[in-house]
Design a protein around this ligand. Structure first.
Ligand SMILES: Cc1cc2nc3c(=O)[nH]c(=O)nc-3n(C[C@H](O)[C@H](O)[C@H](O)COP(=O)(O)O)c2cc1C
Length: 399
Protein backbone atom coordinates (compact mmCIF):
# COMPACT_ATOMS: atom_id res chain seq x y z
CA UNK A 1 0.00 0.00 0.00
CA UNK A 2 1.24 3.48 -0.76
CA UNK A 3 2.44 5.46 2.20
CA UNK A 4 0.70 8.81 2.28
CA UNK A 5 3.32 10.53 4.33
CA UNK A 6 6.22 9.56 2.09
CA UNK A 7 4.26 10.82 -0.88
CA UNK A 8 3.46 13.97 1.03
CA UNK A 9 7.16 14.56 1.58
CA UNK A 10 7.91 14.01 -2.12
CA UNK A 11 5.15 16.02 -3.72
CA UNK A 12 4.43 19.70 -3.75
CA UNK A 13 1.27 21.43 -2.66
CA UNK A 14 -1.34 21.12 -5.37
CA UNK A 15 -0.70 17.47 -6.12
CA UNK A 16 -2.61 14.46 -4.95
CA UNK A 17 -1.60 12.84 -1.68
CA UNK A 18 -2.45 9.30 -0.71
CA UNK A 19 -2.91 8.73 3.01
CA UNK A 20 -4.22 5.94 5.14
CA UNK A 21 -8.00 5.83 4.98
CA UNK A 22 -8.34 8.76 2.62
CA UNK A 23 -6.85 10.40 -0.39
CA UNK A 24 -6.47 14.12 0.11
CA UNK A 25 -5.87 16.92 -2.31
CA UNK A 26 -4.13 19.89 -0.73
CA UNK A 27 -3.95 23.20 -2.49
CA UNK A 28 -2.83 26.63 -1.49
CA UNK A 29 -5.52 29.28 -1.26
CA UNK A 30 -5.09 32.86 -0.16
CA UNK A 31 -3.98 32.57 3.46
CA UNK A 32 -5.50 29.11 3.99
CA UNK A 33 -5.37 25.44 3.13
CA UNK A 34 -8.06 23.29 1.65
CA UNK A 35 -8.02 19.58 2.33
CA UNK A 36 -10.30 17.46 0.25
CA UNK A 37 -11.08 13.96 1.48
CA UNK A 38 -11.83 11.55 -1.35
CA UNK A 39 -12.73 7.86 -1.15
CA UNK A 40 -9.58 5.81 -1.35
CA UNK A 41 -11.37 3.59 -3.88
CA UNK A 42 -11.11 6.42 -6.40
CA UNK A 43 -7.32 6.29 -6.22
CA UNK A 44 -5.57 3.86 -8.54
CA UNK A 45 -3.37 2.62 -5.69
CA UNK A 46 -6.33 2.58 -3.36
CA UNK A 47 -7.94 -0.10 -1.33
CA UNK A 48 -11.68 0.13 -1.80
CA UNK A 49 -12.28 -1.54 1.55
CA UNK A 50 -10.77 1.43 3.38
CA UNK A 51 -13.25 4.27 3.52
CA UNK A 52 -13.14 7.87 4.45
CA UNK A 53 -14.60 8.69 7.82
CA UNK A 54 -17.75 10.23 6.40
CA UNK A 55 -18.58 7.01 4.58
CA UNK A 56 -17.65 4.84 7.55
CA UNK A 57 -20.00 6.67 9.92
CA UNK A 58 -22.49 8.14 7.41
CA UNK A 59 -21.70 11.69 8.55
CA UNK A 60 -21.06 14.77 6.44
CA UNK A 61 -18.13 16.33 8.38
CA UNK A 62 -15.01 14.42 9.52
CA UNK A 63 -15.34 15.85 13.03
CA UNK A 64 -15.95 13.66 16.08
CA UNK A 65 -16.87 15.49 19.28
CA UNK A 66 -14.78 13.71 21.90
CA UNK A 67 -16.80 11.96 24.59
CA UNK A 68 -16.03 13.79 27.85
CA UNK A 69 -17.32 12.12 31.00
CA UNK A 70 -18.40 14.54 33.71
CA UNK A 71 -18.71 17.64 31.52
CA UNK A 72 -21.40 16.73 29.01
CA UNK A 73 -24.44 14.63 28.31
CA UNK A 74 -26.83 14.14 25.43
CA UNK A 75 -27.29 17.86 24.62
CA UNK A 76 -23.75 18.30 23.26
CA UNK A 77 -23.88 15.02 21.34
CA UNK A 78 -27.22 15.92 19.73
CA UNK A 79 -26.01 19.38 18.69
CA UNK A 80 -22.87 18.02 17.02
CA UNK A 81 -24.62 15.13 15.28
CA UNK A 82 -27.36 17.42 13.97
CA UNK A 83 -24.63 19.73 12.61
CA UNK A 84 -23.15 16.90 10.53
CA UNK A 85 -20.34 15.74 12.82
CA UNK A 86 -20.38 12.71 15.10
CA UNK A 87 -21.65 13.61 18.58
CA UNK A 88 -20.60 11.38 21.46
CA UNK A 89 -22.20 10.37 24.76
CA UNK A 90 -19.68 9.41 27.47
CA UNK A 91 -20.99 6.67 29.78
CA UNK A 92 -18.06 6.10 32.16
CA UNK A 93 -19.86 7.94 34.96
CA UNK A 94 -23.45 6.97 34.10
CA UNK A 95 -25.25 4.19 35.96
CA UNK A 96 -27.63 2.16 33.70
CA UNK A 97 -30.77 4.24 34.38
CA UNK A 98 -29.01 7.52 33.62
CA UNK A 99 -27.51 5.98 30.49
CA UNK A 100 -30.97 4.90 29.35
CA UNK A 101 -32.36 8.42 29.91
CA UNK A 102 -29.53 10.03 27.94
CA UNK A 103 -29.79 7.56 25.07
CA UNK A 104 -33.56 8.13 24.92
CA UNK A 105 -32.92 11.89 24.76
CA UNK A 106 -30.55 11.41 21.82
CA UNK A 107 -32.99 9.11 20.01
CA UNK A 108 -35.73 11.73 20.47
CA UNK A 109 -33.66 14.63 19.14
CA UNK A 110 -31.67 13.34 16.20
CA UNK A 111 -31.94 10.85 13.39
CA UNK A 112 -28.22 11.29 12.65
CA UNK A 113 -25.46 8.86 13.66
CA UNK A 114 -23.93 9.25 17.12
CA UNK A 115 -21.26 7.57 19.24
CA UNK A 116 -21.58 6.07 22.72
CA UNK A 117 -18.35 5.81 24.73
CA UNK A 118 -17.18 3.54 27.54
CA UNK A 119 -14.09 2.95 29.62
CA UNK A 120 -12.96 -0.67 29.67
CA UNK A 121 -10.46 -0.88 32.49
CA UNK A 122 -10.32 -3.94 34.72
CA UNK A 123 -11.64 -2.82 38.14
CA UNK A 124 -8.88 -3.21 40.73
CA UNK A 125 -9.23 -5.07 44.01
CA UNK A 126 -9.50 -2.33 46.66
CA UNK A 127 -6.48 -2.12 48.97
CA UNK A 128 -7.13 -0.88 52.51
CA UNK A 129 -3.47 0.02 52.82
CA UNK A 130 -3.41 2.25 49.71
CA UNK A 131 -6.75 3.83 50.63
CA UNK A 132 -5.35 4.69 54.07
CA UNK A 133 -2.17 6.18 52.57
CA UNK A 134 -4.25 8.30 50.20
CA UNK A 135 -6.50 9.58 52.96
CA UNK A 136 -3.43 10.39 55.05
CA UNK A 137 -2.08 12.49 52.17
CA UNK A 138 -5.42 14.32 52.01
CA UNK A 139 -5.78 14.71 55.81
CA UNK A 140 -4.60 18.36 55.96
CA UNK A 141 -7.27 19.31 53.41
CA UNK A 142 -10.03 17.48 55.30
CA UNK A 143 -8.95 19.43 58.37
CA UNK A 144 -8.90 22.72 56.45
CA UNK A 145 -12.49 22.21 55.28
CA UNK A 146 -13.76 20.66 58.53
CA UNK A 147 -14.58 17.34 56.81
CA UNK A 148 -14.67 14.15 58.93
CA UNK A 149 -12.64 11.60 56.90
CA UNK A 150 -14.51 8.73 58.63
CA UNK A 151 -17.67 9.87 56.83
CA UNK A 152 -16.10 9.80 53.35
CA UNK A 153 -17.23 6.64 51.54
CA UNK A 154 -14.89 4.66 49.27
CA UNK A 155 -16.04 3.59 45.80
CA UNK A 156 -15.12 3.42 42.14
CA UNK A 157 -16.46 6.67 40.60
CA UNK A 158 -16.06 5.34 37.06
CA UNK A 159 -17.46 2.09 35.68
CA UNK A 160 -16.13 -0.11 32.86
CA UNK A 161 -18.33 -1.44 30.05
CA UNK A 162 -20.33 -4.39 31.39
CA UNK A 163 -23.05 -6.88 30.45
CA UNK A 164 -25.55 -4.57 32.14
CA UNK A 165 -24.39 -1.62 30.04
CA UNK A 166 -24.55 -3.78 26.90
CA UNK A 167 -28.20 -4.64 27.75
CA UNK A 168 -29.08 -0.94 27.87
CA UNK A 169 -27.12 -0.26 24.68
CA UNK A 170 -28.95 -3.07 22.86
CA UNK A 171 -32.24 -1.22 23.41
CA UNK A 172 -30.91 1.68 21.33
CA UNK A 173 -28.43 0.02 18.95
CA UNK A 174 -26.19 3.08 18.54
CA UNK A 175 -24.38 3.18 15.19
CA UNK A 176 -20.94 3.86 16.72
CA UNK A 177 -19.44 2.69 20.02
CA UNK A 178 -16.02 3.86 21.21
CA UNK A 179 -13.79 2.65 24.02
CA UNK A 180 -10.99 4.11 26.11
CA UNK A 181 -8.28 1.92 27.76
CA UNK A 182 -8.37 -0.84 25.14
CA UNK A 183 -11.38 -3.01 24.37
CA UNK A 184 -13.87 -5.02 26.44
CA UNK A 185 -13.96 -8.85 26.37
CA UNK A 186 -14.52 -10.54 23.00
CA UNK A 187 -17.98 -11.58 24.18
CA UNK A 188 -19.05 -8.02 25.05
CA UNK A 189 -17.52 -6.71 21.84
CA UNK A 190 -19.45 -9.19 19.72
CA UNK A 191 -22.68 -8.06 21.40
CA UNK A 192 -21.92 -4.49 20.29
CA UNK A 193 -21.12 -5.69 16.79
CA UNK A 194 -24.34 -7.76 16.62
CA UNK A 195 -26.40 -4.74 15.54
CA UNK A 196 -23.75 -3.50 13.15
CA UNK A 197 -22.16 -0.82 15.33
CA UNK A 198 -18.84 0.58 14.19
CA UNK A 199 -16.20 0.21 16.89
CA UNK A 200 -13.45 2.71 17.77
CA UNK A 201 -10.80 2.89 20.44
CA UNK A 202 -7.93 5.17 21.40
CA UNK A 203 -4.26 4.32 20.85
CA UNK A 204 -1.45 6.33 22.42
CA UNK A 205 1.35 4.33 20.74
CA UNK A 206 1.92 2.44 17.49
CA UNK A 207 1.85 -0.84 19.45
CA UNK A 208 -1.60 -0.03 20.83
CA UNK A 209 -2.87 0.90 17.35
CA UNK A 210 -1.67 -2.45 15.97
CA UNK A 211 -3.23 -4.29 18.91
CA UNK A 212 -6.59 -2.61 18.26
CA UNK A 213 -6.47 -3.24 14.51
CA UNK A 214 -5.71 -6.93 15.11
CA UNK A 215 -8.92 -7.13 17.17
CA UNK A 216 -11.02 -5.67 14.39
CA UNK A 217 -11.71 -2.02 15.26
CA UNK A 218 -13.14 0.02 12.37
CA UNK A 219 -10.87 3.00 13.06
CA UNK A 220 -8.15 3.97 15.53
CA UNK A 221 -8.15 7.23 17.46
CA UNK A 222 -4.51 8.38 17.66
CA UNK A 223 -4.46 10.23 20.99
CA UNK A 224 -1.44 12.51 21.15
CA UNK A 225 0.14 13.69 24.37
CA UNK A 226 -1.50 17.12 24.07
CA UNK A 227 -4.97 15.64 24.62
CA UNK A 228 -7.13 16.65 27.56
CA UNK A 229 -8.55 14.04 29.95
CA UNK A 230 -7.27 10.52 30.53
CA UNK A 231 -4.49 9.02 28.49
CA UNK A 232 -6.14 6.07 26.74
CA UNK A 233 -3.03 3.93 27.30
CA UNK A 234 -3.55 0.24 28.01
CA UNK A 235 -0.49 -1.81 26.95
CA UNK A 236 1.92 0.04 29.21
CA UNK A 237 1.48 2.36 32.18
CA UNK A 238 4.67 4.19 31.25
CA UNK A 239 3.95 7.64 29.82
CA UNK A 240 7.59 8.54 29.20
CA UNK A 241 7.58 7.22 25.63
CA UNK A 242 4.34 8.94 24.62
CA UNK A 243 4.44 11.50 21.82
CA UNK A 244 2.45 14.44 20.50
CA UNK A 245 -0.34 14.22 17.95
CA UNK A 246 1.68 15.30 14.93
CA UNK A 247 4.37 12.72 15.68
CA UNK A 248 1.85 9.99 16.48
CA UNK A 249 -0.62 10.33 13.58
CA UNK A 250 1.85 9.70 10.72
CA UNK A 251 3.42 6.77 12.58
CA UNK A 252 0.06 5.11 13.23
CA UNK A 253 -1.11 5.91 9.67
CA UNK A 254 1.91 3.96 8.39
CA UNK A 255 1.36 1.06 10.76
CA UNK A 256 -2.35 0.26 10.28
CA UNK A 257 -4.76 -0.01 7.35
CA UNK A 258 -7.89 1.20 9.13
CA UNK A 259 -8.68 4.94 9.14
CA UNK A 260 -6.85 6.99 11.76
CA UNK A 261 -8.61 9.73 13.72
CA UNK A 262 -6.33 12.40 15.17
CA UNK A 263 -6.98 13.58 18.75
CA UNK A 264 -5.11 16.01 20.97
CA UNK A 265 -4.49 19.72 20.63
CA UNK A 266 -6.72 20.20 17.58
CA UNK A 267 -8.69 23.34 18.21
CA UNK A 268 -9.45 25.07 14.92
CA UNK A 269 -9.96 24.54 11.19
CA UNK A 270 -6.26 24.76 10.38
CA UNK A 271 -5.49 22.10 12.97
CA UNK A 272 -8.10 19.83 11.39
CA UNK A 273 -6.63 20.40 7.91
CA UNK A 274 -3.10 19.80 9.17
CA UNK A 275 -4.05 16.53 10.89
CA UNK A 276 -5.69 15.33 7.69
CA UNK A 277 -2.66 16.32 5.61
CA UNK A 278 -0.61 14.07 7.91
CA UNK A 279 -2.76 11.05 7.18
CA UNK A 280 -5.73 11.34 9.53
CA UNK A 281 -9.15 10.54 8.05
CA UNK A 282 -10.74 12.91 10.55
CA UNK A 283 -10.34 14.34 14.03
CA UNK A 284 -11.70 13.91 17.54
CA UNK A 285 -11.91 17.24 19.34
CA UNK A 286 -12.63 17.59 23.06
CA UNK A 287 -11.27 20.67 24.79
CA UNK A 288 -12.57 23.15 22.20
CA UNK A 289 -16.17 22.12 23.06
CA UNK A 290 -15.84 22.74 26.81
CA UNK A 291 -17.22 26.30 26.78
CA UNK A 292 -20.16 25.54 24.49
CA UNK A 293 -23.51 26.18 26.19
CA UNK A 294 -24.53 22.54 25.61
CA UNK A 295 -21.62 21.28 27.74
CA UNK A 296 -22.20 20.89 31.49
CA UNK A 297 -18.69 22.13 32.36
CA UNK A 298 -18.75 23.52 35.93
CA UNK A 299 -18.36 27.23 36.67
CA UNK A 300 -14.82 26.87 38.17
CA UNK A 301 -13.77 24.74 35.18
CA UNK A 302 -15.15 27.34 32.74
CA UNK A 303 -13.42 30.14 34.64
CA UNK A 304 -10.08 28.27 34.54
CA UNK A 305 -10.44 27.64 30.79
CA UNK A 306 -11.00 31.35 30.20
CA UNK A 307 -8.04 32.41 32.39
CA UNK A 308 -4.28 32.53 31.91
CA UNK A 309 -4.10 29.34 34.03
CA UNK A 310 -5.30 27.38 31.00
CA UNK A 311 -1.89 27.77 29.41
CA UNK A 312 -0.37 25.38 31.95
CA UNK A 313 -1.64 21.80 31.91
CA UNK A 314 -0.02 18.63 33.21
CA UNK A 315 -0.63 14.90 33.41
CA UNK A 316 -1.88 14.01 36.88
CA UNK A 317 -3.07 10.81 38.56
CA UNK A 318 -4.43 12.56 41.66
CA UNK A 319 -8.10 12.64 40.72
CA UNK A 320 -8.62 9.05 39.58
CA UNK A 321 -5.38 7.06 39.88
CA UNK A 322 -4.57 7.16 36.15
CA UNK A 323 -2.71 9.87 34.24
CA UNK A 324 -5.00 12.51 32.76
CA UNK A 325 -4.29 16.01 31.47
CA UNK A 326 -5.78 18.99 33.24
CA UNK A 327 -5.14 22.62 34.09
CA UNK A 328 -2.71 22.79 37.00
CA UNK A 329 -4.54 23.69 40.21
CA UNK A 330 -3.75 23.77 43.93
CA UNK A 331 -4.04 20.01 44.55
CA UNK A 332 -1.79 19.23 41.58
CA UNK A 333 0.78 21.78 42.70
CA UNK A 334 0.83 20.60 46.32
CA UNK A 335 0.57 16.79 45.98
CA UNK A 336 1.66 16.05 42.47
CA UNK A 337 0.98 16.27 39.67
CA UNK A 338 1.87 12.54 39.92
CA UNK A 339 1.73 10.83 43.32
CA UNK A 340 2.66 7.32 44.43
CA UNK A 341 0.05 7.54 47.19
CA UNK A 342 -3.09 7.23 45.03
CA UNK A 343 -5.13 4.02 44.98
CA UNK A 344 -5.42 2.23 41.62
CA UNK A 345 -7.75 3.71 38.98
CA UNK A 346 -10.50 4.66 39.50
CA UNK A 347 -10.43 4.35 43.29
CA UNK A 348 -8.64 7.67 43.97
CA UNK A 349 -11.81 9.63 43.11
CA UNK A 350 -13.94 8.94 46.18
CA UNK A 351 -11.60 10.44 48.76
CA UNK A 352 -11.29 13.68 46.72
CA UNK A 353 -15.05 14.04 46.12
CA UNK A 354 -16.01 15.90 49.34
CA UNK A 355 -13.04 18.28 48.98
CA UNK A 356 -14.05 19.02 45.42
CA UNK A 357 -17.69 19.58 46.40
CA UNK A 358 -16.78 21.92 49.27
CA UNK A 359 -14.30 23.92 47.18
CA UNK A 360 -16.67 24.19 44.22
CA UNK A 361 -19.46 25.42 46.52
CA UNK A 362 -17.07 28.27 47.37
CA UNK A 363 -16.45 28.91 43.66
CA UNK A 364 -13.01 27.28 43.64
CA UNK A 365 -11.57 24.67 41.28
CA UNK A 366 -8.64 23.91 43.62
CA UNK A 367 -9.72 20.27 44.10
CA UNK A 368 -11.53 19.65 40.78
CA UNK A 369 -10.20 17.76 37.79
CA UNK A 370 -9.98 20.69 35.35
CA UNK A 371 -9.45 18.39 32.36
CA UNK A 372 -8.16 20.25 29.33
CA UNK A 373 -5.70 19.68 26.52
CA UNK A 374 -2.60 21.74 25.87
CA UNK A 375 -4.38 23.88 23.29
CA UNK A 376 -7.29 25.79 24.78
CA UNK A 377 -7.26 28.54 22.14
CA UNK A 378 -10.26 27.01 20.39
CA UNK A 379 -12.55 27.18 23.45
CA UNK A 380 -15.41 29.49 22.53
CA UNK A 381 -18.76 30.23 24.13
CA UNK A 382 -20.64 29.48 20.94
CA UNK A 383 -23.22 26.82 20.09
CA UNK A 384 -21.65 23.42 19.43
CA UNK A 385 -23.18 23.27 15.94
CA UNK A 386 -21.41 26.50 15.01
CA UNK A 387 -18.12 25.25 16.46
CA UNK A 388 -18.44 21.99 14.53
CA UNK A 389 -18.99 23.86 11.25
CA UNK A 390 -16.08 26.19 12.02
CA UNK A 391 -13.76 23.23 12.69
CA UNK A 392 -14.70 21.73 9.31
CA UNK A 393 -14.36 25.02 7.43
CA UNK A 394 -11.17 24.04 5.62
CA UNK A 395 -12.49 20.67 4.58
CA UNK A 396 -13.86 20.65 1.04
CA UNK A 397 -16.08 17.71 0.23
CA UNK A 398 -15.58 15.47 -2.74
CA UNK A 399 -18.15 15.37 -5.51
C1 LIG B 1 -12.95 17.05 29.92
C2 LIG B 1 -12.51 15.82 29.16
C3 LIG B 1 -13.07 14.59 29.46
C4 LIG B 1 -12.73 13.45 28.70
N1 LIG B 1 -13.38 12.27 28.95
C5 LIG B 1 -13.22 11.23 28.09
C6 LIG B 1 -14.08 10.09 28.16
O1 LIG B 1 -14.98 10.01 28.99
N2 LIG B 1 -13.89 9.10 27.25
C7 LIG B 1 -12.90 9.17 26.27
O2 LIG B 1 -12.79 8.25 25.47
N3 LIG B 1 -12.08 10.25 26.20
C8 LIG B 1 -12.23 11.28 27.05
N4 LIG B 1 -11.43 12.40 26.93
C9 LIG B 1 -10.34 12.42 25.94
C10 LIG B 1 -10.88 12.71 24.54
O3 LIG B 1 -11.44 11.55 23.98
C11 LIG B 1 -9.79 13.17 23.54
O4 LIG B 1 -8.72 12.25 23.50
C12 LIG B 1 -9.24 14.55 23.84
O5 LIG B 1 -10.25 15.44 24.25
C13 LIG B 1 -8.57 15.13 22.60
O6 LIG B 1 -7.73 16.20 22.89
P1 LIG B 1 -8.21 17.74 23.06
O7 LIG B 1 -8.91 17.75 24.39
O8 LIG B 1 -6.93 18.49 23.04
O9 LIG B 1 -9.14 18.05 21.93
C14 LIG B 1 -11.75 13.55 27.68
C15 LIG B 1 -11.17 14.78 27.41
C16 LIG B 1 -11.53 15.93 28.12
C17 LIG B 1 -10.93 17.24 27.76
Amino acid sequence: MADGNEKYARKAIGQRISATGIVVRVRARPARWAVQPIMRGSDTEGDATIMALQALFDISLPIIQAPMAGVQGSALAVAVSNAGGLGSLPCAMLPPDAMRRELAAIAAQTTKPYNVNFFCHVPPAPSAEREAAWRAALAPYYAEFGIDPAGVPAGPGRLPFSAEAADVLAEFKPPVVSFHFGLPSAELLSRVRSWGARVLSSATTVAEARWLEARGVDAVIAQGLEAGGHRGLFLSEDTSGQVGTFALVPQIARAVRVPVIAAGGIADARGVAAAMALGAAGVQVGTAYLLCPEATTSAPHRAALKSEAARVTALTNLFTGRPARGIVNRLMRELGPISAATPAFPLATAAIAPLRARAESLGSGDFSPLWAGQNTTGCKEIPAAQLTRELAREVVHAG
